[in-house]
Ligand binder design. Structure first.
Ligand code: PMP
Length: 306
């Protein structure tokens, strides 16, 4: 079903509009040059109703993204938090993927972008397991991409910027064409950086490793997993990671709002550890799902009821 042709309501520049009427002109600036910022947020079904996971952190990252790109946002953070709750509530969703975005409108063309308005949409819809339900148990097959991740001084990666995803899409296209589920991207120096829409973790000798944040997105799921792991007494180390360290890891997994905690069972035709979901990955995945569904007493502060 087309994303444009659905029942429902979308928050658009402070108005709640019919899904099919949430439109913009073909000369919308962001459509031409890719300068816009967005978020991917999830709400989960809990005993007390749907709850948005780490809402304010996502909103803060959205505003930071806009700040990095020099976009002047005419809304405050409380309004955008509330718009996300409205998008879930008005569409009567028990669980949801929420997509807020700031974009430049059709007020002008060319690269100066100094006469443009920043517009905002917040949409929400049901979206299941991003990389496949079965893969959450068995793990996915990954290839190291022939495309390099963004250099820190090209478009930068602390901003979740629309245009950055062209790089991700080319890497994913290549991986899928070659029969893999996802790509692992290396930075400009050849060190392991992240997936096309996920951060990456390795387990070796009971220690959790993840690349330090240079040209990877500062993932909220990454932060969550680091916190949960440390609370379990697992050491977490952020460092430069090489491609061959991945090959000889005991376990590996991706994290992301969409991907949640997805085990990696193979990289470049080499089995990772036992070639299936590892025990630490399973433990963290279980804990993550308990926390986001409000089944754990710990970290209820991460949940915002809609
Ligand atoms: N890296 C990239 C490139 C992403 O698109 C995402 C998804 N937002 C992530 C990492 C994971 O970030 P988060 O856990 O905040 O969703």
């Amino acid at each position: 079903m087309s994303m444009a042709d659905r029942e429902g309501l979308i928050w658009h520049n402070s108005q709640i509009v019919q899904w099919r009427n949430a439109q913009t002109h073909v000369l919308t600036h962001t459509l031409h040059y890719g300068m816009g910022v967005f978020e991917g947020v999830r709400a989960y079904k809990t005993e007390r109703g749907p709850a948005i996971f780490r809402l304010r952190e996502h909103t803060d990252r959205l505003f930071n993204s806009a700040h990095i790109l020099g976009m002047k946002v005419p809304y405050d953070r409380d309004t955008i938090d509330e718009a996300q709750r409205i998008a879930v509530r008005e569409n009567r969703l028990d669980s949801a993927y929420i997509r807020p975005m700031f974009y430049f409108g059709p007020e002008g063309m060319g690269l100066r972008a100094d006469n443009l308005d920043v517009h905002c949409i917040v949409a929400a819809w049901e979206w299941g397991s991003y990389l496949g339900e079965e893969n959450m148990k068995n793990g996915i097959r990954v290839r190291v991409s022939s495309f390099t991740r963004h250099h820190v001084n090209v478009t930068m990666c602390r901003a979740k910027a629309n245009g950055n995803y062209m790089n991700s899409m080319m890497a994913l296209q290549e991986a899928m064409r070659d029969g893999y589920d996802e790509a692992l991207m290396l930075d400009a120096q050849g060190y392991v950086m992240e997936g096309t829409g996920e951060n990456v973790f390795l387990v070796r000798g009971g220690v959790l490793y993840t690349p330090d944040l240079t040209s990877a997105l500062d993932g909220i799921t990454r932060k969550t997993i680091m916190t949960l792991a440390r609370e379990l007494g697992i050491d977490v180390v952020e460092k430069r990671i090489t491609r061959d360290e991945v090959y000889i890891a005991d376990e590996a997994f991706f994290t992301g709002t969409a991907a949640e905690v997805t085990p990696i069972r193979e990289v470049d035709g080499r089995a990772i550890g036992s070639g299936t979901r590892g025990p630490i990955t399973e433990r963290l995945q279980q804990l993550y799902f308990d926390v986001v569904h409000g089944r754990s007493e710990a970290h209820l502060e991460w949940l915002t009821l809609v």
